[in-house]
Design a binder for this molecule. Structure first.
Ligand code: AHG
Ligand code: MN
Ligand code: MN
Length: 340
């Protein structure tokens, strides 16, 4: 009889891999590496409130060492862990201008590359609100055995092998998606392992929450303004007005949207014609995950995952979440935009 209740991230990914005889286990190993880096980041996040006592980030501490900013620490930790592993040929990060190739023999022989936003929502650190790490895993297009190339990092989201995030919230969780399913793992601090807590996550088809930085309304186009009016209208039959929730950490806003349903938007506006969020580090991984959970993601005129990136740090507008809510948002914004 199996008396164990907890299944760790590692055990889960290994069991999943066994369903595919041709799988080599590299993807499981990579998820374990990312999990390890995020546990190290989590440890620092938990101490973030003590910086005034232990030494301010960016200042010099009593040992004369410079205290690293949390987003720099998160970036360096992910790079160091992935470089040390055998499973990653290179990375691209929101914090680095260019991609980084790991040019040792083991890394050059691996088939995957990883992109990440090491610390998302970093302006929320000071107020102890949830922050996160977002990651994407692609199979490289350059030949195995050679250094990775920029083309490996400019693949559209529809080529993703896996993507997910770690949320440093009231508890720490990793949620990751493959094309098959989305699963959530909560960090069990006493054993230091992510354990399966939210198997087979599905985003509810309908929701009651819209999430957008509505303070930017004066910069939105007529179509979006009309949709926001629709969200605020009282229509009991359709469950409106919707509640408005906006944390300002994409990971936290997306996690709520995934679990409870709803729509999250970071649109284009008159001062940011492509919106604010980064296609490869933020929009694509969340869009892939949301689709695998039964929701949808659009840039306003098509699927986010179909955009072929032309540069590493490009931005995209995003409308993402419960299928029926996103469809309604697109119907209203597109119809009104053509009239306006
Ligand atoms: P980051 O901290 O990685 O720069 O990302 C911040 C992003 C995202 O997390 C969030 O959805 C958005 O910025 C909030 O932007 P506004 O303050 O403009 O609403
Ligand atoms: Mn971010
Ligand atoms: Mn960031």
């Amino acid at each position: 009889m199996n008396t164990r209740k907890l299944i760790t991230l590692d055990e889960f990914t290994i069991q999943e891999t066994r369903q595919f005889p041709q799988a080599t286990g590299e993807l499981s190993a990579l998820l374990r590496d990312i999990g390890l880096a995020c546990k190290m980041i989590n440890k620092q996040v938990l101490k973030a409130g003590l910086v005034d006592i232990l030494g301010k980030h960016g200042a010099t501490n009593v040992q004369g060492e410079e205290q690293m900013k949390l987003d720099v620490y998160a970036n360096e930790t992910l790079i160091a862990v992935l470089k040390n592993s055998n499973d990653c040929a290179g990375i691209a990060s929101e914090e680095n201008d260019d991609h980084v190739c790991f040019d040792d023999e083991y890394s050059a022989n691996s088939k995957y590359i990883v992109l990440f936003d090491p610390l998302d929502g970093s302006s929320n650190i000071d107020v102890n609100a949830p922050i996160g790490t977002i990651f994407s895993i692609y199979r490289r297009v350059s030949p195995i055995g050679t250094p990775c190339t920029k083309e490996d990092f400019l693949q559209p989201g529809n080529k993703l092998m896996a993507a997910g995030y770690v949320i440093y919230g009231s508890s720490t969780m990793m949620v990751y998606a493959t094309k098959l399913s989305v699963n959530g793992f909560t960090l069990e601090p006493s054993i230091g392992e992510f354990c399966l807590s939210h198997p087979n996550l599905r985003c509810p088809e309908k929701g009651k929450i819209y999430s957008i930085n509505q303070g930017n309304s004066c910069k939105y186009d007529a179509g979006l303004k009309t949709y926001l009016e629709y969200c605020m209208e009282n229509n009991k039959a359709d469950g409106r007005p919707y509640s408005h929730r906006y944390i300002g950490s994409m990971v936290a806003d997306m996690h709520r949207t995934l679990i409870k349903g709803g729509i999250f938007m970071y649109p284009a506006d008159s001062s940011s014609p492509k919106g604010k969020l980064r296609l490869q580090y933020e929009c694509n991984p969340m869009a892939f995950l949301m689709e695998a959970a039964g929701g949808i993601a659009s840039h306003g005129a098509g699927n986010i995952l179909d955009i072929v990136p032309t540069e590493l740090h490009q931005r995209s507008p995003i409308f993402i979440g419960s299928k029926s809510m996103v469809e309604k948002a697109l119907e209203i914004t597109n119809a009104t935009a053509t009239v306006a």
